[in-house]
Design a protein around this ligand. Structure first.
Ligand SMILES: Nc1ncnc2c1ncn2[C@@H]1O[C@H](COP(=O)(O)OP(=O)(O)OP(=O)(O)O)[C@@H](O)[C@H]1O
Ligand SMILES: O=C(O)[C@@H](O)C(=O)CO
Length: 431
């Protein structure tokens, strides 16, 4: 199987790639250049060798986009270009990777991207689920649970960009597409892959899942579906598809032996633009030097960013991790600046600080929290490909990347992933 995944943000891409690689399938993450003025589609020509592992081997390639909250037209264009790249490279199954908390707005972009991929692949519809039990996301009767509580009662209720106020993924998706949306309930999953495959209709099928075993049933149903489908979901279904591919080929690549190139430590920087509960806990538990990025200060004080650059440059030991995090108070900045401008100011400043640290101060290791934030940072650093290594926590792998002439280690962490000690412990297993 050649699994060609399109992820709507870069931490989602790393989440999927880290788990799929750990399941034993060779995996690459590609980051197309962001759209340039007059050229709305991402440039992808520079990506040769899209699938790792040789021409006949089973493999996975994940294209990391930054389209979760982009205008619908742009999101569809970029996802279509990415899917075309994957199909041209020989993908046998397309995978739409969205967030395990179904992050989106009523306009999209999960539904519009799903419709576009189905049309491009000549498929009947999408089949999948956001459920990712390894991240404590489950789906029952079409209701998505995060850490055991319905989505709309979880901290995702107050996400700065995609507040999730409904827990029914069936309703959420139906609001974003004209195609039919149907549910395969958990009881049908218990009866096995043939039952699930026979329940797949035209349009988008969401399947309940509580366990990895349920995901294996869904993967088997996708692979035996009577008509071509696009697979879709959080990282859970993708990982189950990887397990199925490895079992079928008998070829398991051991990620612990596929060493990443070693990156000598010359500086360690944590950039946290995520306001998610896990990132807040990690920030609270971090005992080292820290600085706060206040969007209101960035909007009104030209020197605010320079002061942070100066503080970084003045550090006595760059190898001691330093944290620059967005202010915890979201509502005030959004009321005064608007959500989009506040986010753009923070993302822009963190991206500038990443470039300053890497290219002016020679920093080697960056840990970035948050998908939007990571997308802004990798775009500013001109990162085009990630070599994915071992996971620090489920869905959180270290990676090695090239930025200009520099080889750097990057850990791009989904906002809600990792335990409280991650900002301190992650360095111990860094490449
Ligand atoms: N204090 C704040 N005020 C306004 N916006 C903020 C504030 N802190 C963070 N943000 C914005 O909120 C957004 C958080 O999204 P991001 O994707 O980076 O994190 P996340 O949603 O927690 O992570 P993930 O998408 O990986 O789950 C960013 O655009 C960031 O700039
Ligand atoms: O699925 C998830 O929760 C993550 O991979 C993600 O998409 C974070 O942005």
């Amino acid at each position: 199987m050649r699994l060609g995944a399109i992820a709507d943000d870069v931490t989602g891409a790393c989440d999927l790639a880290g788990r799929v690689a750990e399941a034993g399938l060779p995996t690459t993450v590609l980051l197309p250049a962001p759209p340039a003025p007059g050229h709305p589609s991402p440039t992808t020509e520079h990506h040769e060798d899209v699938f790792a592992g040789g021409d006949d081997a089973s493999a996975c390639a994940v294209v990391a986009l930054k389209v979760r909250t982009a205008p619908v037209g742009q999101a569809v264009d970029e996802a279509t270009a990415a899917a075309q790249l994957l199909l041209d490279a020989g993908a046998s199954l397309l995978y739409q990777k969205y967030c395990s908390t179904f992050d989106s707005t009523p306009a999209g972009n999960i539904g519009p991207i799903a419709d576009a991929l189905v049309a491009l692949a000549g498929a009947d519809g999408t089949v999948g689920t956001p459920a990712t039990p390894g991240a404590r996301r489950t789906q029952y009767e079409g209701i998505l649970f995060a850490d055991g509580v319905p989505l709309a009662e979880s901290p995702m209720r107050d996400h700065p960009l995609t507040p999730m106020r409904d827990s029914s993924v069936v309703r959420l998706l139906a609001a974003q597409t004209a195609a039919p949306v149907s549910l395969v309930p958990w009881e049908a999953v218990q009866r096995g892959a043939a039952e699930v495959a026979s329940a797949i209709g035209a349009g988008h099928t969401l399947v309940d899942a509580l366990t990895e075993g349920d995901l294996d049933v869904i993967a088997a149903a996708i692979l035996s579906a009577p008509r071509p489908v696009v697979a879709a979901g959080g990282a859970g279904v993708g990982t189950a598809l990887a397990r199925a591919a490895v079992a079928a080929s008998g070829q398991r690549v051991d990620i612990s032996r596929s060493q990443l190139p070693e990156v000598p430590v010359t500086g360690r920087l944590l950039l946290a633009g995520s306001a998610s509960a896990a990132t807040r806990a990690q920030t609270a538990a971090f005992a080292g030097e820290r600085h706060t990025l206040d969007p209101l200060a960035l909007a009104t004080d030209d020197r605010a960013l320079d002061r942070l650059r100066d503080a970084l440059a003045a550090r006595a030991d760059h190898r001691e991790p330093v944290l620059i995090g967005s202010a915890p108070e979201v509502a005030r900045a959004q009321a005064e600046l608007g959500a989009e401008r506040a986010a753009a100011l923070i993302e822009g400043a963190l991206a500038e600080l990443a470039a300053f640290a890497v290219h002016e101060l020679g920093y080697s290791h960056l840990l970035v929290a948050g998908g939007e934030t990571s997308g802004a940072v990798t775009a500013r650093l001109g990162v085009q490909r990630l070599l994915v290594g071992q996971q620090v926590a489920p869905g959180v792998p270290w990676a090695v990347a090239r930025s200009g002439e520099r080889e750097i280690a990057l850990l791009l962490k989904s906002g809600n992933f990792g335990g409280p000690g991650l900002f301190t412990d992650a360095w111990e297993v860094a490449p």
